[in-house]
Design a protein around this ligand. Sequence first.
Ligand code: PLP
Length: 399
Amino acid sequence: MKVVYTDNNATTMVAPEVVEAMLPYFREYYGNPSSMHTFGGQVAKKIDTARQQVAELIGANPEEIVFTSCGTESDNAAIWGILRANPHKRHIVTSRVEHPAVYNLCKYLAQSGYHVTELGVDSNGMLNLNELADAVREDTAIVSIMYANNETGVIFPIEEIGSIVKQKGSILHTDAVQAVGKIPLDLSKSTIDLLTLSGHKLHAPKGVGALFVRKGITFSPFIIGGHQEKNRRGGTENVPSIIGLGKACELAKKFMSEENTRVKQLRDKLENEMLKRAPDPRVNGHRTQRLPNTTNLSFEFVEGEAILLLLNEKGICASSGSACTSGSLEPSHVLRAMGVPFTAVHGSIRLSLSRYNTMDDVDYIIEHLPPILRRLREISPYGRETKVKEQTERISARA
Ligand code: PLP
């Protein structure tokens, strides 16, 4: 069956070059990078190369990169790492639209006696920076605000956020899982103290991530064990995946500007055509402050899950929100925080593209999605009501 994969904010295809780079580390170079012998030592050297590749993509120093098992671990490590290093500070500032890796951790911390301030967003999904300035206090250990939203693609003005956090003397962590590899980042000229990234969102495998910890930031390890990662993360390294992440970062750096233009053109065509052809469409999220690959669309009075099922029958992979929440019928906490009407939240889908999508993919979706929406509207009680109303109006206009 034809597969048109437009669920890249959930996960991406591992790039063929990444697979090639990883294979020798399963077959031949299986030594432990901590071993004293040369066989292990050569693996340690390759890990250093990967560290360099990751650092280069985000303008960091290699020593500031800590490899982890995923974005969720990096988020947890950042927040716990700062809280443990600053036990006298018990206040955290975050936003209402974070990924569950931060959102649910902050809920847990609030239940465990920490004070958490959750900042709201406006209808475009943007933060009010005055509210942020008012929220950061003397006892604020950490401010954790995402770089780009996984559901809408909205990009926060993270450097402005960082300046406010710095003025108030606190520490900024950003979950940049959806930003790294999609838009340029330069941590050498940045107010960010800690940054989370995840391999499987940028064409590396699942189960590997990294945390940037700026030099000079006092940070306690989240996973306590061996001396790996300069005592910042215990556990034998996932060598092939770390090598894969390094390669994926090298590719992302090489192709970013060219991809950004092309992928954005595809996304814009898809979005504009849906706005023309679909019944009652709306785009959720700021139209310009947004990742180039993401569109979050709502169609009133249809069920997002029903759209996904019918798209699936055509081989089109999309999502109705965060991959972690799809499968449950809980309406998206991100769209609710933006004040999207209930009927539109339920009829929302996210299409997220990557360097492997083509204009043919976009044309295929444009061909199949509008009839699916019309079909669903016809069988929804609202659809029938509208039809009767339209017929009545037509008849009375004729009379
Ligand atoms: N943060 C954001 C913004 C994400 O989109 C995701 C994954 O969807 C994560 C964190 C979690 O990353 P991982 O799946 O690597 O744990």
